[in-house]
Design a protein around this ligand. Sequence first.
Ligand SMILES: C[S@@+](CC[C@H](N)C(=O)[O-])C[C@H]1O[C@@H](n2cnc3c(N)ncnc32)[C@H](O)[C@@H]1O
Length: 269
Amino acid sequence: MKNLRSIMNGLVLKLKRAIHRHGFRGLLWIATERIVRLADSLRPSVRAEIRMRERRAAEFDQRFGVETGGLIHPTELSINSPNQIHSVSYGGSDPEFFRKAVEALPIDYHDFTFIDFGSGKGRAVLLAKEFAFQKIVGVEFCNELHAIAQDNLMRFRSELSKCENTELICADAMAYPLPDGCLVCYFCNPFDAVLMTHMLLNIRESFLQNPRDIFVVYYNPKEAHVIDVADCFTSVATVGPVRIWRTMPESQACPSATIDNSYGYTTTA
Ligand SMILES: C[S@@+](CC[C@H](N)C(=O)[O-])C[C@H]1O[C@@H](n2cnc3c(N)ncnc32)[C@H](O)[C@@H]1O
């Protein structure tokens, strides 16, 4: 009986601490996400797939002497941006599907800048170095993750590396001005439909001002519908959990056409 009471007291204390740290809404958010993930992970096929991806991620870290693993909820990180509420958990791209998706791009890599929006600990940025991009950029708004990515980039030694022009920027992806030139815009499910819509509006505006080849490569494309209805993109490929879209040259002719902004993004970074 005494044991049960001390367990209950311990649980209440833990709950109080968690509410203090994350707030009631934050805690509800974490709990819901974890329950959904747990329910999903109970399916044997999903369990096997998760194990395989974890193994590939661990192999990647071990081989290149870096640390890109883990799953971290945004409320567990210190992020100084109003857009934190639109962010999803940190988790690196699966190396195998990343490589297959980038290999499927019908491009000469030398002509393109690769940008990872929400670069986290830098796994996708490091993987992109296996391709001869003109430049690789990672944009991450969490200081802690950005610092780990910088450390990883410094330690990363790979005989496979074909691009040394790599830049990591600690900033909100919404505030990052798109460079001129052809682009591969990479998203590993970094944020919700609100920010994805805003991001697409930025890409579209940049494209209409300066029509060029822009690819959107979207891993775990939870908000794919936002791009599917956008007037200046066409879906070109699906590689496992990755979807790829490309700008359509003919949409230069219809600058009045729009992207549905019914998600109503109003917060500025
Ligand atoms: C699923 S992780 C992807 C990590 C990395 N791109 C990879 O594929 O290995 C998504 C990342 O996006 C970041 N993120 C979310 N919203 C962001 C924003 N508005 N600006 C910059 N980074 C953001 C998160 O902090 C997290 O590190």
